[in-house]
Design a protein around this ligand. Structure first.
Ligand SMILES: N[C@@H](CCC(=O)N[C@@H](CS)C(=O)NCC(=O)O)C(=O)O
Length: 74
């Protein structure tokens, strides 16, 4: 699984899944897309239809019920 987050210092939305998955030892990789840069929104929209973080990308093989795209907006 791959978790896209904004700055965890400013974004409690980003901190929440990161904290939970870390505490539960759920394996995942992570990309931080910092907020407040000129390209922040474009980078977020590349991976999130709402342009907001966090987004968890789940391979369909890990969770078939999630559907083809495997994106969870949290
Ligand atoms: N998951 C919630 C909130 C997500 C959210 O508001 N994320 C903020 C960071 S806390 C964000 O990505 N802001 C960047 C932006 O709006 O450009 C939702 O989708 O409604």
């Amino acid at each position: 699984m791959h978790l896209y987050v904004a700055n965890k210092l400013y974004s409690s939305w980003s901190l929440r899944p990161w904290l939970l998955m870390t505490a539960l030892d759920i394996p995942f990789s992570e990309t931080v897309i910092p907020m407040y840069f000129p390209d922040s929104k474009a980078r977020m929209l590349d991976v999130s239809p709402t342009g907001k973080m966090p987004v968890l990308i789940v391979p369909p093989s890990d969770m078939p019920a999630i559907g083809k795209e495997g994106k969870v907006l949290v």
